[in-house]
Design a protein around this ligand. Structure first.
Ligand SMILES: [Zn+2]
Length: 391
């Protein structure tokens, strides 16, 4: 038996080693796991079957051509179906009492069962070379027992663990705004995940992930769901960024996904009806105005002196990037965000009825450092593409 301390290993990727067509063993970080004996987590008083862990790791490795290597926490959840193992992906859960945690998981189940939640996993036939299936594609076909050439499957059915993770991120965002979640589900929450980068590109995916207004869906390579979680405190969060674009394009008043960016989050426009919050709109505008002023000052004179904008020049390209980028920073560096721009922070906090500072001991420093480094570099940022009030 391999005995591990959960609190020290949950965020480390689980690897298959000495792989030669069949998997020979598993390792977590540099710890090898005894084959054919269960893994014991001493600080959780729990045992997990090695076969189930192996199956989970092997499945993802096969379908993703090795590009997707999730953390132990994901695989243990996938092997045991015990939701508490996945909670480290949702920092909010730390602040919830027992009943609320239970409600959190119930809400995830509700999303998964809702017809308005559509999550698909794609591997496109046309990425195979010379019209024949690449070996990983034929493996996928056999694993999924999928008869057709275009592999386009219901992720909730073929891999409920990934679906649970995605739904959990959505529930974390809307845990205190069930009304927002209901409006989105009333329309549709459509997410397309891709097994690998080639499939993503072949299906029109842009950059590292994107929101596609024509199809009304988020497009993301599956490995990107896991990339920010290789340390005890979560980091980059591409899924939330792309989901932020979806919110920007969503008209909460009509419950429709529009073809153009609105520049608002749901609840910020009078036309949003019952969920409209004039207070959130007011503080959002005041906060966005301050960010634009700080940014324009750097465009005029790139001297890198405070007050600097919180966001990187990338998010000043358009109103939609502003929403997506600041939403991500609200949930990853809330302390810095709130100190730099209390109004803008309040706008988000009022809208989502939560303050991530309560469950976030210290900020994820990368976004802060990277963004400040740009303004300190002396480069002149491009003129902003933002508008203050877009309706
Ligand atoms: Zn973006």
């Amino acid at each position: 038996m391999t005995t591990l301390k959960w609190s020290e290993v949950y965020y480390k990727p689980l690897n298959l080693y000495a792989y030669s067509g069949t998997a020979d063993g598993l390792s977590v970080g540099d710890i090898k796991i005894d084959f054919d004996k269960p893994v014991n987590f001493e600080d959780r008083n729990d045992e997990v079957s090695i076969d189930a862990l192996m199956k989970s790791a092997f499945w993802l490795r096969q379908i993703s051509s090795d590009s997707c290597q999730p953390q132990l926490a994901y695989h243990v959840f996938s092997a045991t179906h015990r939701p508490s193992y996945l909670e480290t992906y949702f920092p909010l859960v730390k602040s919830l009492d027992k009943d609320s945690r239970h409600h959190f998981h119930e809400t995830i189940t509700k999303v998964l069962l809702h017809l308005g939640f559509e999550l698909q996993l794609l591997k496109l036939a046309r990425v195979s070379t010379q019209g024949t299936w690449s070996s990983s594609t034929s493996t996928l076909k056999s694993i999924l027992n999928y008869p057709n050439d275009n592999i386009f499957v219901d992720c909730i059915r073929v891999n409920p663990a990934i679906a649970y993770l995605v739904a959990g991120h959505i529930v974390e965002l809307f845990f205190f705004r069930q009304d927002f979640l209901d409006r989105l589900l009333q329309s549709k929450i459509h997410i397309l995940l891709y097994t690998d980068q080639d499939s993503f590109k072949a299906d029109g995916g842009v950059a590292g992930g994107c929101y596609n207004p024509e199809r009304g869906c988020v497009q993301l390579v599956v490995s990107r769901l896991f990339e920010g979680f290789n340390q005890p405190t979560p980091g980059v969060f591409p899924f939330l960024h792309e989901f932020g674009h979806m919110l920007d394009f969503f008209d909460a008043g009509t419950a429709k996904h529009e073809l153009t960016s609105s520049g608002w989050l749901p609840g910020m426009r009078p036309s949003d009806g019952e969920i409209y919050s004039p207070e959130a709109r007011k503080t959002f505008i005041a906060g966005k105005r301050l960010e634009m002023q700080c940014y324009d000052r750097q465009v005029e004179n790139p001297d890198g002196t405070d007050p600097l904008p919180i966001g990187h020049p990338y998010v000043f390209q358009s109103n939609s990037e502003f929403i997506a980028g600041y939403l991500e920073m609200f949930f990853r560096n809330p302390h810095y965000f709130a100190a730099q721009n209390p109004d803008l922070f309040d706008g988000f906090a009022q809208l989502f009825r939560q303050d991530p500072r309560h469950y976030w001991a210290s900020d994820f420093p990368f976004y802060i450092e990277q963004n400040r480094a740009f303004y300190h570099s002396g480069q002149r940022p491009r003129p902003s593409g933002l508008k203050l009030e877009t309706d």
